[in-house]
Design a protein around this ligand. Structure first.
Ligand SMILES: *[C@@H]1O[C@H](CO)[C@@H](O)[C@H](O)[C@H]1NC(C)=O
Ligand SMILES: *[C@@H]1O[C@H](CO)[C@@H](O)[C@H](O)[C@H]1NC(C)=O
Ligand SMILES: *[C@@H]1O[C@H](CO)[C@@H](O)[C@H](O)[C@H]1NC(C)=O
Ligand SMILES: *[C@@H]1O[C@H](CO)[C@@H](O)[C@H](O)[C@H]1NC(C)=O
Ligand SMILES: *[C@@H]1O[C@H](CO)[C@@H](O)[C@H](O)[C@H]1NC(C)=O
Ligand SMILES: *[C@@H]1O[C@H](CO)[C@@H](O)[C@H](O)[C@H]1NC(C)=O
Length: 391
């Protein structure tokens, strides 16, 4: 090596070390990934619908609520606004990651140090489209959830941690579970198929979701956990009126969406720097439980809701549990708790596969454990410059 070359090398090395040490000095609270002891996930920021809502709708004017028995009948603190009898998939992922439960955004007590392990922005009945869920009253759309996250939650997080969110967000998982209501409570309910093909409607949903994921990435999100749609047509929905589509229409819609979702995530990974994701294939996980022998799965009832659900003609909506209504005895034998939402027992199956399964038909392309442990690229090699520490 020439003298000039070695001087330059020396300069580069000292620059690198200077930036490493200055970044770790102000990064104590921020860049958790850079602490030399592996990548501990600090928390979860959650977006989506009732499958992942943990109490936001308690604070909204909507008929889509789960703050009464028998919801929460097996949950340690009783009814909480979770749309199931026990823990939902988010709670179970928190358990796996050894994190505390995440508070709901709309709860006025969600502030201060309570947000350092994340915030849940999900809202029952909401969708990717702003008007999805309006049939039940107010729901917080995905657009509004992302806006609330940017304007309120991130500002609070920066104040709590004393650092820039672009440094801290890579240490959180961004979890997104949305889309089913855009079909069940919007496209099919409003008979939009008369005007818009399912392909175009789905393309529109995916384009809108893409914007939100890009926004979350631009704010600093790096590790995304995205849920596919469940087989919507298998859910019991009492006296399924044609208004929400036939079972096969709903399943076809879910498969189309899931297919486009996978393409989108692959494309974001190749376009955006340091974008990693797990796609949880809830469609496959639920279908497998539905078609496996009950002697193996333990689910002897794959068809009926565990709680009593009033149909439209009985004054209900065919989905929600009746307030203080009857509930099945063995809740681990039922796949569905109400007309739409799985039991806690099914949520355990989903969360376990999401976290641990090495089958790409369950968790694609890696599982949540691997995503959590994944070393983020701290250095990138720039042609003609060498190694550069990334932001
Ligand atoms: C929903 O929110 C709007 C304001 O954003 C309000 O005007 C309306 O009364 C609310 N309630 C329902 C049930 O839609
Ligand atoms: C959806 O709502 C968000 C705010 O909640 C708003 O910024 C956006 O313009 C709306 N999109 C459409 C298509 O109306
Ligand atoms: C880091 O966090 C601690 C405790 O939350 C706080 O006291 C300290 O001021 C923070 N550091 C900076 C640089 O803000
Ligand atoms: C955070 O860092 C980014 C990029 O380094 C910068 O654009 C942004 O203004 C910073 N925000 C704050 C609140 O310091
Ligand atoms: C679907 O979108 C394409 C391209 O934008 C358009 O030409 C076509 O008319 C649309 N069809 C329906 C049924 O929405
Ligand atoms: C990724 O980049 C390609 C090429 O620029 C573009 O065609 C594609 O739409 C981008 N994908 C997304 C999801 O933005």
């Amino acid at each position: 090596m020439t003298e000039r070359g070695s001087k330059l090398l020396c300069l580069y090395l000292s620059l690198i070390f200077a930036s490493v040490s200055s970044s770790s000095a102000d990064a104590d609270n921020c860049s958790f990934t850079n602490n030399g002891v592996g990548n501990k996930i600090q928390g979860l920021f959650v977006f989506g619908s009732s499958l992942v809502d943990n109490g936001n709708n308690n604070f909204l004017e909507t008929r889509s609520k789960a703050d009464y028995l028998p919801y929460g009948i097996d949950f340690p603190s009783g009814p909480s606004g979770r749309f199931t009898n026990n823990k939902n998939v988010i709670d179970l992922l928190c358990d796996q990651l050894k994190l505390p439960l995440i508070p709901p955004f709309q709860d006025p007590s969600t502030k201060g140090s309570k947000i350092v392990h994340g915030v849940n922005h999900a809202s029952g009945a909401s969708g990717i489209l702003n008007d999805t869920g309006s049939i039940a009253g107010n729901a917080t759309s995905l657009s509004q959830q992302v806006l609330d996250f940017e304007e309120v939650t991130l500002a609070n997080l920066e104040a709590q941690l004393g650092c820039n969110c672009s440094q801290s967000l890579p240490s959180y998982l961004i979890v997104v579970g949305v889309g089913g209501n855009d079909y069940m409570l919007n496209y099919f309910l409003r008979k939009l198929y008369i005007q818009i093909s399912i392909e175009n409607f789905t393309a529109n949903l995916i384009a809108s979701l893409a914007q939100k994921l890009q926004k979350l990435h631009s704010l600093g999100g790096r590790k995304f956990v995205v849920m596919s749609l469940m087989p919507l047509g298998y859910s019991p929905v009492i006296n399924r009126p044609n208004i929400i589509g036939t079972p096969s229409q709903l399943n076809n819609a879910a498969q189309l969406y899931n297919d486009r979702l996978k393409t989108l995530l692959d494309s974001l990974r190749s376009n955006l720097s340091d974008f990693s994701f797990v796609l949880i294939n809830q469609y496959n996980i639920i279908s497998s439980l539905t078609y496996s022998p009950p002697s193996r799965t333990g689910f002897t009832d794959i068809r009926n809701p565990c709680c009593a659900v009033a149909s439209l003609s009985q004054g209900g909506n065919g989905i929600s549990c009746d307030r203080g209504g009857k509930v099945c005895g063995d809740r681990t034998a039922y796949m569905y708790f109400d007309g739409l939402h799985p039991t806690g027992a099914v949520n355990i199956e989903i969360a376990t596969k999401a976290y641990d399964s090495t089958l790409q038909s369950d968790a694609y392309p890696i599982n949540v454990r691997q995503l959590a442990q994944q070393q983020l690229k701290r250095f990138i090699r720039k042609p003609g410059i060498g190694l550069v520490l990334t932001a």
